[in-house]
Design a protein around this ligand. Structure first.
Ligand SMILES: Nc1ncnc2c1ncn2[C@@H]1O[C@H](COP(=O)(O)OP(=O)(O)OP(=O)(O)O)[C@@H](O)[C@H]1O
Ligand SMILES: [Mg+2]
Length: 352
């Protein structure tokens, strides 16, 4: 998306609200291999509403990951999500890419709810080979203060922000490399993190509909905390399958299920909206990524509700795991939470 040094080696750095993930990939004997991988947890008041509110803590966490995992590369690809990100398909008069680059701000001003002076705009022509009366253009606009919020923190930790992507596209990049979809396969990619769910409905390699919803794993933790009168940390431990006091599995399951129902409803609303606006497109399969894809019962609930195959997205389907056994353990614990970081790290290779 924004700013690029195509083909340059970059570290994929996903600054999530519950943890920072860093991945560096390399090419070895014709394969893509993880050379370094690290995750550093963040306290809940450091990244709030997809904005970094405590730059110092994020910057130290980044430095810590790079030092602990021997990551030497300074160029970084990161991504943003949430309210300050707009992704929209628009129709414009047919014109060349260069002409569109000239007029994109004028076009964008008619479609986004922010002052055009406050956003960075990028675009992709979705049907370059069509000769119809209208060109489909994917418009991406991100508030400048959001981009600065992330790039300033990277600079603070001595890294060079080479690419600022959006979570939904990094997720798609990870999917495309690992699953090599055929051009007419339509799937829904979900990334259920701690505070945000990115939804990206993709046909082949074209994003048809993208939306970020403010739901995530924190909601499970909050409900367990309230209903069972626990601290946030105890509720989080309980959610992760650890024993907490005398709380039984029987007490936990229905609470998790209630939150799952809320999340399923959000997905349903998005699918309904998509179906109402995209004529005749049919979602065939759901891939779910993000740390919260591991919530017990969630995948089954999605299968039942949507009557289609649902799979946890494996970011390492076509990528060799790291040689280091500690890094391998991090990967094994929850591969789904690394999908965005993998999608960003894959930006190192412009020929995939
Ligand atoms: N085994 C597990 N079972 C249930 N939930 C889990 C498990 N492992 C991690 N999680 C949850 O996944 C969430 C973290 O996922 P992820 O790392 O994708 O989020 P994030 O990128 O930090 O947050 P966001 O993108 O929403 O800002 C947390 O809510 C965490 O509790
Ligand atoms: Mg995330």
């Amino acid at each position: 998306m924004f700013g690029l040094g195509a083909g340059k080696s970059v570290v994929g750095l996903d600054i999530g609200s519950s943890s920072i993930k860093a991945i560096e990939l390399k090419r070895s004997k014709g394969e893509i291999v993880v050379s370094h991988l690290g995750v550093e947890p963040l306290a809940s008041d450091i990244v709030v509403d997809s904005m970094i509110v405590d730059s110092g803590s994020v910057s130290s966490a980044i430095s810590k990951i790079f030092a602990a995992h021997g990551i030497k590369t300074k160029s970084v690809a990161t991504s943003v999500s949430g309210h300050s990100v707009i992704v929209k398909k628009i129709g414009v008069q047919p014109m060349s890419e260069a002409e569109l680059a000239e007029s994109i701000n004028t076009e964008a001003a008619q479609h986004i709810p922010f002052d055009i002076a406050d956003v960075n705009v990028d675009f992709e022509i979705l049907n370059p080979d069509d000769t119809g009366p209208q060109m489909d253009v994917l418009l991406v606009a991100v508030k400048k203060d959001k981009i600065l919020n992330y790039t300033n923190v990277l600079s603070l930790s001595g890294k060079a922000p080479a690419i600022v992507d959006i979570d939904a596209f990094a997720l798609q990049n990870c999917y495309e490399y690992n699953y090599s979809p055929s051009h007419d396969t339509t799937v829904a990619l979900l990334n259920l993190g701690a505070s945000v769910m990115n939804i990206n409905i993709v046909k082949g390699t074209t994003p048809l509909f993208t939306r970020d919803v403010s739901v995530g794993g924190n909601q499970y933790t909050d409900s367990l905390q309230k209903e069972l009168d626990l601290s946030f940390d105890d509720a989080e431990s309980l959610k992760l399958g650890k024993r907490v006091g005398t709380v039984s599995e029987d007490a936990k399951q229905p609470i998790l299920q209630q939150v799952t129902e809320i999340i399923v409803l959000e997905i349903q609303k998005t699918f309904d909206f998509f179906r109402a606006t995209a004529s005749g497109e049919h979602i065939e399969r759901i891939y779910i990524a993000g740390g919260s894809s591991k919530v017990p019962g969630l995948v089954d609930a999605l299968r039942q509700e949507f009557s289609m195959p649902v799979e946890v997205l494996n970011p390492f389907q076509r990528i060799m795991p790291p040689a280091d056994s500690l890094e391998n353990d991090i990967l094994d614990q929850n591969p789904g939470q690394l999908a965005v970081a993998v999608g960003l790290a894959l930006r190192s290779f412009d020929d995939l």
